[in-house]
Design a protein around this ligand. Structure first.
Ligand code: 0X9
Ligand code: ZN
Length: 427
């Protein structure tokens, strides 16, 4: 085959990779307006200069983290001074953090290294290895299914971990990696799978397997995730093209519950929170929807892992109204956050989404409760609170995973204790 023909083929297949986008001198500013009026001025400035907000303000905390490119810095700082908002440089050089992230991988001779960020192919291999390993175990089984294919035709994989005694238990569904750049999310979900299958330091695993069937989708957005590794570390959406100006839909604005009202979602394809042309237009959200709807009568809890902010959030995300059973959701979340704090003192907030974070429509947490009727539905925002943001260094993966596992363990045991379960059924 001639070189030209090969290049054309590679181009057609989308294999020609651009150099990774660089972020030299890009900063993240922590901005604290002292009043709603000043907050509105800052938000106007954000619109005017097309700045990217990493962490949005919320009720009771007007501060926000904003990504500023070097050529806008002077203007932003002068404008903030005029507005009268307090400003700190939270991240001095985004590129430096990205470079450090690459250098930090802890070497591990055997087995899967949970404390490194992995590529899609390594995650796929890991999941296959888990299934092989459980083949020779007599009290736990793992089954791998592909619940859908992404736009670039990567598998969206789901692994079920359960006792292999032929009984069906109430299920907990956990996903990660809806947002590409939030690498700590899939890393955490993979760690959960490992702890559950091979046993854990707190000895939760046997109890959790006795009480529940577990479904994990560690990487719901494989295309976006790969793109964040190869080309743009700060990519958030998937990589779909609907023939519009820009690529990508925010999967977490595309779920079909309250998809229509325009609250923190966008109809502009170039926006980071573009909601897509219609609800469930995306393979990823559609795959999750179909899987959940096919199993919804058995699902007790749905947890979707994101970063960053250190929070356990429960519905609703689209309105400040609360579901009638919010107190049950709140107390279960508090079990989670208290356990999450207990190992290293990492502060976590539990609360309703709109009050604790901000409102948005078409999010998976709302759909899981509002349509699929899953009682305990949460968005969990992992470490940190902005010092590194999406670029959480690899040396924090281990403490993050340990505290998150402890939280999940305590949360699930609390659910098991409080819920009057349907009798565990013979299949
Ligand atoms: O905005 C999101 O999709 C989530 N935060 S993130 O920084 N990981 O992107 C939060 C979703 C929670 N729900 C609502 N805010 N409604
Ligand atoms: Zn997210």
């Amino acid at each position: 085959m001639t070189g030209t023909l090969l290049s054309v083929l590679m181009l057609l297949c989308g294999y020609v990779l651009a150099d990774p986008k660089r972020f030299d001198g890009h900063k993240v500013l922590h901005i604290l307006p002292d009043s709603i009026e000043h907050l509105n001025n800052v938000l106007e400035l954000k619109e005017l200069l097309n700045l990217n907000i990493w962490r949005h303000p919320r009720m009771g905390n007007l501060s926000m983290d904003v990504h500023v490119e070097p050529h806008k810095l002077e203007l932003v700082l002068t404008s903030l001074q005029q507005i009268g908002a307090d400003v700190r440089v939270w991240i001095h050089d985004i590129q430096q953090l990205i470079d450090n992230e690459q250098k930090q991988t802890k070497k591990k001779d055997t087995g899967f290294n949970y404390f490194a960020y992995h590529r899609f192919s390594a995650i796929k291999k890991y999941l296959a290895d888990v299934v092989t390993a459980t083949n020779s175990m007599n009290n736990v089984s793992a089954q791998l299914t592909t619940i859908g294919y992404s736009f670039e035709f990567r598998e969206i994989q789901m692994i079920k971990v359960s006792r292999n005694d032929g009984l069906s238990r109430p299920a907990i569904v956990i996903d990660g990696g809806i947002h590409a750049r939030e690498w700590i999310s899939p890393a955490t979900v993979l760690y959960f799978i490992g702890q559950l299958v091979s046993g854990d330091e707190f000895d939760y695993s046997p109890k959790l397997l006795d009480k529940f069937d577990w479904y994990f989708i560690p990487l719901l957005n494989p295309d976006g995730y790969e793109y964040s590794h190869t080309t743009d570390r700060l990519w958030r959406k998937n990589r779909v093209s609907h023939g519009e100006k820009c690529i990508g839909v925010d999967i977490n604005r595309n779920f079909g519950y309250m998809w229509n009202p325009v609250i923190n979602r966008s109809t502009n394809s170039c926006s980071d929170v573009y909601a897509g042309p219609f609800a469930f237009s995306e393979e990823e959200s559609f795959a999750l929807k179909m899987f959940i709807l096919n199993n919804k009568d058995n699902i007790t809890a749905y947890l979707t892992y994101h970063s960053y902010g250190q929070m356990w959030l429960y519905p609703w995300g689209y309105t400040s109204a609360l579901p009638t059973d919010w107190q049950e959701l709140d107390s279960a979340a508090t079990v989670g956050t208290e356990a999450q704090e207990s190992l290293y003192g990492t502060p976590y907030l539990a609360g309703p989404t709109v009050k604790t974070l901000y409102s948005a429509t078409g999010v998976s947490e709302d759909w899981a409760k509002g349509v699929a009727n899953i009682k305990y539905s949460y968005t969990i925002e992992l470490r940190d609170t902005g010092s590194f943001g999406f670029l959480l260094p690899q040396d924090q993966i281990e403490p993050n995973c340990r505290e998150s596992w402890k939280a999940l363990g305590e949360f699930a045991l609390a659910l098991a204790a409080r819920e009057k379960y349907k009798e565990i059924k013979d299949i």
